[in-house]
Design a binder for this molecule. Sequence first.
Ligand code: ADP
Ligand code: G6P
Length: 452
Amino acid sequence: MGRLVIVSNRVPDPRERNKPAGGLAVGLADALREDQQTLWFGWSGRQVEADADPVPSLDTHGTVTYATIPLTPAQHRGYYQRFSNGILWPLCHYRLGLMNYARADWLQYLEVNRMFARTLAPLLKPDDIIWVHDYHLLPLAQALRELGVTSPIGFFLHIPFPPWSLFRALPPATALLDDMKAYDLIGVQTEEDAQNLWECMRLEGMTDPSRVVACPIGIDPVSFSEEARDAFNGPEVRRLRESLHDEPLIIGVDRLDYSKGLEERFLGYERLLIRYPEHHRHVTYLQVAPVSRGEVEEYRLLRRQLDETIGRINGAFAAYDWTPIRYLTRPIARQTLAGFYRLADVALVTPLRDGMNLVAKEYVAAQDPEDPGALVLSHLAGAAPELDEALLVNPHDADAIADALHLALTMKKEERKRRWNILNSEIRNTTAGSWARDFLKALNRSRKTSAG
Ligand code: ADP
Ligand code: G6P
């Protein structure tokens, strides 16, 4: 069996017990197999001034070697902050109005992809299988091919792919799609994303749609459920439980990102308080929202806006012994988070668009089968087609969120158990491990087909 080479912009720090917030690093780390030699290549998270290409730092843990490189401040700005997160991220989340295009950023993005290829190529062996991840690295396969790399190269997009009518607004749309032809196989999260990408590629003259597959990512439900059970008896969950005095808890967990629909969600919760006053002084909504991409302007604005909305709602509805919304922007240890999910009666997961949304799956895995909580989920999350026994809502409709929350808070145990059993078998069916296995199998097949 050849070595697996994973390439992603964000690489988890193997010395940190807690994985960073973000579905890519969490899902991939859960998918790594212990019997598979792996090289994981990407950005070190550091910025260093330099005139020449960096030398990768190597750090081996078991069967995985992490090879990471720093970026210069100019590369970080043009490639990561601006082109990846100020242009591709909003575009792929259907937010054209937030896209700030400048040609210089596109050129920096291409150059950093070429630099990734130049620094990775010397580490490669002939029988490696290469698997590239996410929107930061769309042109990487083409850059590697130009350096003579002939190994199979697959790509997985963790975020949505928009329809051609939107994607064509990106000035280098054609050039990007053209570069993507260098992949042997491209995986996306949902059938909708696959249809959109097929259509774009068809219009660009790429006639073989078998090279795009929908392959939804999952979690490691067995270990996550154990973590939740262990944490449930730990000091953090005990303190949270004591602070609630046997009253219900709604939980939300998201990076502080405009795609997560946080503002709309708070307005939905406000509608619950207005329309169903029986919940006053009883229900608590805990929103955990670690700050993400704080250097990007839109994220800074969002943070300020949320501070204001939460302050306004708490100011209007709180009593001297009750705070309707508790809001944390600090990261929380993953195990503690698992315990909080288990304690929560309801999870509120209402992104405006999301590639998958692992939080929804983690919440299901963390429940007590004898008394599970209810999941309120946006029908625009990539997880919705699989998790359709959740209470599905349109995240733009504050009244629909309020109704779903009220239904969830008053749902009988038998109905919660019925729904949870179906949701739980879904997340046990498609796990992080089966996702990686299925994708890599398909990559091997597609390589053989194109070679034959
Ligand atoms: P995204 O990839 O857009 O961030 P996902 O829901 O797919 O969204 O993945 C988020 C991941 O980050 C989940 O595994 C979640 O548990 C983790 N996470 C989110 N917030 C925190 C936090 N405050 N502390 C630790 N992990 C977090
Ligand atoms: C999403 C993206 C990932 C990214 C993560 C965290 O999950 O799909 O590629 O790593 O968000 O964002 P960050 O910018 O901190 O890497």
